[in-house]
Design a protein around this ligand. Sequence first.
Ligand code: DGP
Length: 210
Amino acid sequence: MATKRGALIVLEGVDKAGKTTQCNKLVSALQQSGRPAEMLRFPDRTTTIGQMISAYLEKKSELEDHTIHLLFSANRWELVPIMKKKLEQGITLVVDRYAFSGVAFTSAKPGFSLDWCKNSDTGLPNPDLVMYLQLSPAQAALRGQFGEERYETSNFQRKVQQKFEQLIQDSSVNWKVIDASRSVEGVHNDIVNLSINTINTAQNQELGEL
Ligand code: DGP
């Protein structure tokens, strides 16, 4: 019998929503239940393109806004062959940020439409599930100071959040909104249940495209 494909599961949300913690916990829970799973994160700062992105985020270099948008997108595209191979091998991928961060962060800058921002990610594998960890700017502020990287200001994060709220209206994407203000374990339980359901249904479905 052919191997059943893994599911492509994405966590999105503003900074401090708990995405990375939840991605790690989800991968561990899936592995412990005998389901092959691996984590990916975007931007992937290890590639040549990723290093350019990292330098930009650390404010060690300046890049024109369209240019950095396309580099973030190229960083996702360069991982597609590996992602597809792993999914075909039956490995579920848990991804910390994806094209939706790309659209939300760039369209939060002046002069960028959602449509223009979506273009460069059109055709990427469409996740079987996108969980949006929802956290208000006030709740995010209670979780401590933002870091030193570019974009890490409460003013910009408020704009990013508004863009995410627009994106989650898109019915061609399987969005699930999760209240991220609850305890780590409470959020984790919801995420595990949604993910297991998705893994079971994705096995019988073709991977779509954005
Ligand atoms: P992280 O490593 O998850 O902290 O993400 C790095 C920062 O980059 C974070 O502020 C979100 C932002 N970001 C992630 N993906 C994209 C993207 O595709 N485009 C833009 N403009 N920003 C992004």
